[in-house]
Design a protein around this ligand. Structure first.
Ligand code: UDX
Ligand code: UDX
Length: 472
C-alpha cells in the first residue's frame, strides 16, 4: 500500500520549520502545507503583506513565500484543526538546553517536543506519520512513540494510528533555501517502509533518489548530532591554530588553504573566526556530552567538551587582545562593533560570538556603537538582558553604518557581512580618534586599502600592522 501524502502540518514556524515548509510547498504544489505555531505574532509576521517583515530573513525565501502563500502554504495558530486534517506532521519546535533540573546546562529541554506529541495524540485522525525535524537527543523518537501509543490505548473509537520517523534538517542559516533545494543528502530514519516511502516520495520531487538515505531511527538521530559536532570541531580546531599562527608568523588563512587542498580534509569549514555561534552547535555538543556522561563514558565527554572550551577561549582572547592593544584599558572608549548576527545573511543572534565579545568589552567600561544590517536594536537588548546586562547607556545601535565611526577608538568586525569588506577606510579614518584600530576577526578586510590608510589593523590568525600610532 502506497501512502499518498496530501496534507502536511508543521508544528513550529521558526528558522527551520518556516523555510523547510516553504520549499516543500514550492516543490509539491499538489500538497497542502500548513504551518502552525503557538506564537501569534510570529504567525502574523509570516502572513504579513510586507515581505520585509517575515520573521526569518533568508535569501530567496521571500520569493517562495510570495509564490506559495495562500496557494498551498498557510500559516496559522489553528493547531487542533491543522493536526486533525494532516496525514503527515513535522515537529519543528525548539529544543534549547535545559536551564534547570536534571541535566541542566547540558541536556536538551524536550518539553515542547513532548507538548507537540501530546497535541498530535489528542487531535490526529486516521493514520498519521509523525516526523521529527528538530535536532533531538538520541532516543527521543521513543519518547514520542510512547506518548502516541499511550494515548491510543486510552481512546476507544476511531483510533488514530501513528508511525514516527526521524528526518533531521541540515540547513544552515543564510543558505537555507539553497541547502533545501540542493541538499547534499536527505536523511530518513525509521522502521516502517510505507512511512519511509511516503516521506521519500515528497523529497523525490526535487532531490535525486540516490541522495535520500534511509537508516534506522537511532542512526538518523545520532547522525544529526554527529554532523554538527564534527562541523563545530573543525572550527575549534582551526581557531586553536589561529592563535598559534599569531605567535609564530604563520597565517591561518594560508594554513587553512594548504590543508584544505588535501581531499581527505576538504576545504569547507576551515575559516578561523571569533568562535562559532548559532542555535545548534553548542546545544548539540552539550547534548552529546550529557549522553556520554549518562552512559559513564567520561573520557569521550571530556573530548567533546574541549570543542566548547576552545570556542569560549577564542571569544575571550579576542576581547582581551582588543583591550591589550588599546593600552590595556577600554574604559569610556568608544568602540564600533560591525556585525551582531552569528554569521552573515541571517538576522539570527542566538549564541552569536558578538554577544560575549561585546559583553566582555562593556564589562571593562567600553562604550559600544553597534551596527548590523539585519539585526535590530531590540534584539540586541534582549540578548544583553538575557545575560543580565541591563545598562542601556553604555551602547547604542545605529543602522546607518557611517554614523557609527565618529570619535571611535577601534572598529571590530565580528560578522562577515559583504558590505564590511568594502568600506572606505580613508573616509572612516578621518572620523576616528587616533591612534585608530581595526580588528578583523573574520579576515575580510581589503588589505590593500587598509594598509594605505592611517589605521592600525589586526587580522585574526596573523597580520598585525601597528605603526600608525599618532595620537590626535
Ligand atoms: C529549532 C531548534 O533550535 C533546532 O535545534 C531544531 O533542529 C529545530 O528547532 P528553530 O526553527 O531555529 O530550530 O527554532 P525557533 O526559531 O525557536 O522556532 C521554533 C518555533 O516553535 C517557535 O516559533 C515556537 O513558538 C514554536 N513552538 C514551540 C510551538 O509552536 N509549539 C510549542 O509547543 C513550542
Ligand atoms: C549549522 C549546520 O551547518 C547545519 O547543517 C545544521 O542544520 C544547523 O547548524 P548554522 O548554525 O545555521 O548551521 O550555520 P553554520 O554555517 O554551520 O555556522 C555556524 C557557526 O560557525 C557560525 O557562527 C559561523 O560563523 C561559524 N563558522 C562556520 C566559522 O567560524 N567558520 C567556518 O568555517 C564555518
Amino acid at each position: 500500500m502506497d501512502l499518498l501524502i496530501k496534507n502536511i502540518c508543521c508544528i513550529g514556524a521558526g528558522y527551520v520549520g518556516g523555510p523547510t515548509m516553504a520549499v516543500i510547498a514550492d516543490k509539491c504544489p499538489e500538497i497542502k502545507v500548513n504551518v502552525v505555531d503557538i506564537n501569534k505574532e510570529r504567525i502574523e509576521s509570516w502572513n504579513s503583506f510586507d515581505l520585509d517583515r517575515l520573521p526569518v530573513y533568508e535569501p530567496g525565501l521571500d520569493k517562495i513565500i510570495e509564490r506559495c502563500r495562500g496557494r498551498n502554504l498557510n500559516f496559522s495558530n489553528n493547531i487542533a484543526h491543522t493536526i486533525a486534517s494532516a496525514d503527515m506532521i513535522f515537529i519543528s519546535v525548539n529544543t534549547p538546553t535545559k536551564k534547570k533540573g536534571l541535566g541542566a546546562g547540558q541536556a536538551s529541554d524536550l518539553k515542547w517536543v513532548e507538548a507537540s506529541a501530546r497535541q498530535v495524540a489528542k487531535y490526529a485522525k486516521g493514520h498519521t506519520i509523525v516526523v521529527e525535524k528538530s535536532t533531538l537527543p538520541v532516543k527521543t523518537a521513543k519518547v514520542i512513540q510512547n506518548i502516541l501509543k499511550t494515548s491510543k490505548q486510552n481512546s476507544n473509537k476511531n483510533e488514530p494510528t501513528f508511525e514516527v520517523l526521524s528526518n533531521p534538517e541540515f540547513l544552515a542559516e543564510g543558505t537555507a533555501i539553497k541547502d533545501l533545494e540542493l541538499p547534499d543528502r536527505v536523511l530518513i530514519g525509521g522502521e516502517n517502509k510505507h512511512a519511509i516511502d511516503a516521506l521519500s516520495s515528497i523529497y523525490e520531487k526535487w532531490v535525486p533518489k540516490q541522495k535520500i538515505l534511509h537508516t534506522n531511527i537511532w542512526s538518523s538521530e545520532m547522525a544529526k548530532l554527529t554532523a554538527n559536532a564534527f562541523l563545530a570541531q573543525r572550527i575549534s580546531s582551526i581557531n586553536s591554530i589561529s592563535a598559534l599562527c599569531e605567535k609564530t608568523g604563520a597565517e591561518v588563512k594560508e594554513v587553512a588553504h594548504a590543508i584544505g587542498t588535501d581531499s581527505r580534509i576538504g576545504k569547507k569549514f576551515l575559516s578561523a573566526g571569533p568562535g562559532f555561534g548559532g542555535s545548534c552547535f553548542k546545544k548539540d555538543i552539550l547534548n552529546l556530552v550529557y549522553l556520554y556522561k549518562y552512559y559513564g563514558l567520561d573520557e569521550a565527554a571530556d573530548y567533546w567538551s574541549g570543542v566548547l572550551k576552545i570556542n569560549n577561549w577564542q571569544k575571550k582572547r579576542i576581547a582581551n587582545y582588543v583591550i591589550d592593544k588599546l593600552n590595556g584599558t577600554v574604559s569610556d572608549k568608544k568602540i564600533t562593533i560591525l556585525g551582531f548576527s552569528f554569521k552573515a545573511n541571517t538576522n539570527d543572534t542566538r549564541e552569536s560570538p558578538s554577544i560575549d565579545i561585546c559583553l566582555d568589552l562593556l564589562e571593562e567600561g567600553a562604550i559600544l556603537s553597534i551596527h548590523d544590517p539585519k539585526v535590530d536594536e531590540n534584539q540586541i537588548r534582549l540578548e544583553f538582558e538575557e545575560r543580565n546586562f541591563k545598562n542601556d547607556t553604555k551602547w547604542t545601535f545605529n543602522s546607518k553604518i557611517d554614523e557609527n565611526f565618529q570619535d571611535s577608538h577601534a572598529v571590530i568586525i565580528l560578522t562577515e557581512w559583504d558590505q564590511y569588506s568594502d568600506l572606505d577606510w580613508f573616509k572612516i579614518e578621518k572620523l576616528m580618534l587616533k591612534p585608530a584600530w581595526v580588528f578583523d576577526t573574520r579576515m575580510i578586510l581589503n588589505l590593500d586599502t587598509i594598509k594605505k590608510s592611517n589605521i592600525n589593523f589586526w587580522r585574526l590568525g596573523k597580520i598585525i600592522n601597528e605603526n600608525k600610532l599618532t595620537p590626535n
